[in-house]
Write a protein that binds this ligand. Structure first.
Ligand SMILES: [Zn+2]
Length: 279
């Protein structure tokens, strides 16, 4: 197995929304915010080469929305999707599978892009898309609360592609790649758990988006079921503590990966650094 991680792009989001009920007086000590109270998030994406397949985990925002839309998210920095793949030694044609953790716009939009002729084209012409059935059905039904995140122009092309594999349950999808389906953030969020030689790595995605989200009550206001998020995090953090699993953060612009440790206040980050340093 070969693992690569790169940042597609940074973007900005409201800091209060990222930390839910936690007062700014507390989260402000951990994360810098600007005059509009926004904070910087990254969009780290993982490439897993295993069993003859090249699997991309999530694909970023893409380019299908208006300039006005993208002004609000303030994309900056990062390698871009094709640029980051190239840095890791891959072309879009090499990608055999895209594992979509969930269908919020910052995770799935990059799979289909504006083509030269004005229509949409798949960026990964040889890829099969893997999404949980629960998330697929939930997003296609949409709801007022997630309407800004479930964008039809992102979601419809998966259905039209004829290359959609709907995941029904937890299990091993590829050699060494186990999937765990969660419900707190949005129903059917996939958390990939990767066995790499003697290490286990948890791609925490929107369940634990940054290192600052390790404390059980530090959760995003976006989560639909906060109590489920707390229970799911607790299970993953306790397993990480007892079995030495590493966490990979999708949205942390500073910390790609960390171990966890027990403290009097609960489980907190241990050694942290770049993913490559742990492999
Ligand atoms: Zn999300």
């Amino acid at each position: 197995m070969k693992l690569s991680l790169f940042n597609i792009s940074n973007f900005r989001v409201d800091g209060g929304a990222m930390f839910g009920v936690v007062p700014k007086a507390l989260w402000g000590r951990q994360v810098a915010s600007d005059e509009n109270n926004t904070i910087v998030l990254s969009l780290n994406t993982l490439v897993i080469e295993t069993g003859g397949r090249v699997i991309l985990v999530d694909a970023g925002w893409g380019d299908k929305q208006s300039d006005k839309f993208f002004r609000h998210v303030y994309l900056h920095g990062g390698s871009g999707l094709t640029g980051g793949l190239a840095e890791c030694g891959y072309t879009p044609e090499d990608i055999t599978d895209v594992l979509i953790t969930h269908l919020h716009a910052d995770h799935c939009g990059g799979c289909f892009v504006n083509g030269a002729g004005g229509g949409q084209e798949p960026l990964f012409p040889n890829a099969t898309y893997h999404i949980s059935r629960e998330q697929w059905e939930w997003a296609n039904d949409s709801n007022l609360r997630e309407e800004d995140a479930f964008l039809p122009e992102n979601i419809k092309p998966f259905g039209d592609s004829g290359r959609l594999n709907l995941i029904e349950e937890n299990g091993e999808l590829f050699p060494g790649v186990m999937l765990r389906i969660c419900y707190g953030h949005t129903p059917g969020l996939i958390v990939p758990v990767i066995r790499y030689h003697d290490r286990t790595l948890v791609f925490a995605g929107d369940l634990i988006p940054t290192v600052a989200h390790i404390p059980l009550l530090w959760n995003m206001a976006y989560d639909l079921l906060p109590l489920a998020t707390i229970a799911e995090k607790q299970e993953i953090l306790e397993e990480a503590l007892h079995s030495g699993h590493l966490l990979i953060f999708q949205h942390d612009p500073e910390t790609e990966c960390c171990a966890v440790t027990e403290t009097p206040k609960g489980i907190r980050e241990g050694t942290k650094g770049r993913l490559a340093d742990f492999l």
